[in-house]
Design a binder for this molecule. Structure first.
Ligand code: PEP
Ligand code: MN
Length: 334
């Protein structure tokens, strides 16, 4: 349930109202927007007498929220959330490009890619250290050493770093990671999501291979329910009957998610298509669709990449993509 307050309500009146809600065992979530203050109520709201509430002089309107996701719901929070990743803001008109290798392979590889993507305009460096591979015989990542190499690249380039966590027991290792990624395969690892909800660190939550938008939002809700509201959603393609591309990029997820939630939405055209020559067009399309950012896999030697070489673009290709995307954003903002 949400209660929209009239303009000019004093903080004392607001506090009294919140105390009253809390005395009914509800938790309150206050969102101060440009025009309205919205009080979101979480818990068993059946005890709240809507007519009584509507009759209060400070209340503009009261609505029940039927969707099971509350904190992630746009009705709870009209203005878009801007997530701050160590000084890099994403959402609410702040567009960012996350770029880097699928997996960190060596110091030279990581640093050379970081330096070139930064020069092309990427503002966050990605790199997998724990890789969820379909085959147990494939390269699984450099683990703690991979995170260390990312930290070194961050120290040299200034780019905040993004890396995927697969296991709750590794959380301590991610202390210096600026944005923790939850991969598609772990989107519904509820124990992991609950633990990440206790952190004071942004989370990049990727959509599962076969999950609906509502399921994605319920997973975001797990993180937010623990108190961590810094969640960025990522559309990375879904499984369909089509096999020509690795996945099918669900671009309509972008405007749909913007309608349903205040959280930023980024698109990963690399995993969505699985084919490096398609990444430029899909990145441009995502920018035109209103994404708040992109995550693109870049490798200095894609043919010899230890993971996802076929979908990785070279630094030169990435440079062109970044320029094209800027043109699309300029045109869209005209
Ligand atoms: C990745 O980002 O490298 C990755 C494994 O992505 P996803 O979880 O979307 O497959
Ligand atoms: Mn990958």
């Amino acid at each position: 349930m949400i209660a929209v307050l009239k303009r000019g309500v004093t903080s004392e009146q607001k506090d009294n109202l919140c105390n009253w809600f809390e005395s009914m065992g509800l938790s309150v979530n206050i969102s101060e927007g440009d025009y309205h203050t919205i009080i979101g109520l979480i818990g068993d709201t059946s005890k709240v007498d809507i007519e009584l509430l509507e009759g209060l002089s400070i209340i503009e309107s009261v609505k029940r929220i039927s969707e099971p996701y509350k904190k992630a719901n746009r009705k709870f929070h009209e203005d878009p959330t801007i997530v701050d990743v160590s000084g890099v803001k994403i959402g609410g008109g702040n567009f960012q490009i996350i770029a880097g290798p699928c997996s960190v392979e060596s110091e030279e590889q990581c640093l050379s890619i970081a330096t070139s993507v930064r020069a092309s305009g990427a503002t966050l460096l990605r790199g997998g250290a724990f890789k969820p591979r379909t085959s147990p015989y494939d390269f699984q990542g450099l683990h703690a050493q991979g995170l260390q190499l990312l930290e070194e690249a961050k120290a040299k380039t200034g780019l905040p770093i993004v890396s995927e966590i697969m296991n709750i027991n590794d959380i301590e290792l991610f202390q210096n990671v600026d944005l923790i990624q939850v991969g598609a395969r772990n989107m519904q690892n509820f124990d992991l999501l609950r633990e990440l909800g206790k952190l004071n660190k942004p989370i990049l939550l990727k959509r599962g291979l076969a999950n609906t938008l509502k399921e994605l939002l319920m997973s975001a809700e797990y993180i937010m329910a623990g108190g961590n509201e810094n969640v960025i959603l990522c559309e990375r393609g879904i499984r369909t009957f089509e096999t020509y591309t690795r996945n099918t990029l669900d671009l309509s997820a972008v405007p749909a998610l913007h309608e349903l939630t205040h959280l930023p939405v980024v698109v990963d055209p690399s995993h969505a298509s699985g084919i490096s020559r398609f990444v430029e067009r899909m990145a441009m399309a995502a920018a035109a669709a209103g994404a708040d950012g992109l995550m693109i896999e870049v490798h200095n030697d894609p043919e010899h990449a230890l993971c996802d070489g076929a979908q990785s673009v070279t630094p030169a290709q990435f440079d062109r993509i970044a320029q094209k995307v800027r043109k699309i954003l300029d045109a869209a903002n005209d």
